[in-house]
Design a protein around this ligand. Sequence first.
Ligand code: FO1
Length: 340
Amino acid sequence: MPPNRNYNLEKSAAKPVVALCGGVGGVKLALGLYHVLDPVDLFLILNTGDDFEHLGLHISPDIDTVTYTLAGKNNPITGWGRRDETWTFMEVLAELGGETWFSLGDGDLAIHMERTRRLLAGESLSQITEDFSRALGISAHLLPMTDDPLRTIIETPEGAISFQDYFVRRQSKPAIENIVFEGADKAVPSAAAMDALQLPDLRAVVICPSNPFLSIDPILAIDGFRQALINCSAPVIAVSPIIGGQAGKGTTSKIMGEISMPSTARAVADYYGELLDGFVFDKADAAEASSASLPSQVTQTLMESFEDRKSLARDVLAFADELNARLAKTYFASRQQRKG
Ligand code: FO1
């Protein structure tokens, strides 16, 4: 199948921003960026390691969480699924003795059914995601990390468990011994995602405060992304998913304990290592920032309200502009030195 290059990159304004994003945690910042930028300037590279086949349907939870959130159709209580959802399908499924551990709302079902139909007809996940986001009035670019199958598998003392089994059915309870990205060795980055990272005048690449191990690592596991981040012309900035040693309602700090990593923001910055040009710490972790080995920004990263989301997005962009100015200064200084 030819690569999906339908994105009209020329149409976007002068200063594009790329963000790497998982689901419920990361989308809060993605929403902030969507509202403080010209939305056509925002390119979101989305994790598909959580995707799975369930009840005959192809489900892409992180893509759908981002789609519903940017479209203003998300369930504000759960963070996933649609607002004002009805559950007749699940009620009838329960009566029939079907599998009910994964809740599919009546409206939500439509996106899974239509995606599955189009995938079976041979269309790419990139094209389908682009069409759905346009249909829901989203002007940002939603880019699945790959069109190839890649599945996150959790290795536990009870054996290997597929991601949704671990996360939803088992409520993230089993201890994690290892995380495997099945198919990563054969998967290639989606063409649109790679194009986005090579856009001229890129302003920033933001790693959203998603779970580094479950939501960002699947993206980085695909050959090409890591190098594209290192080579890209813009500063790469990660926002800490850890605030004062805790990771919201997520599993980040649980996993950090299980892999014997201190549950600190600084440890996340070290984990991303050479990929980063800057790291955003929460105010609660200001002491860690002062000893960080890379440029850092300290601000409120807790996003309770819509205003918090936009405010953090503005702070991250201001930090990126500052880093861009510093990079330019270093570049011109070294050029002047060379010229003597
Ligand atoms: N998460 C849950 O905790 N329980 C569910 O029943 C559930 C259903 C669900 C349906 C559609 C969808 O797009 C997402 C759904 N999620 C559910 C969220 C999701 O599986 C996880 O939050 C992500 O995979 C982690 O980012």
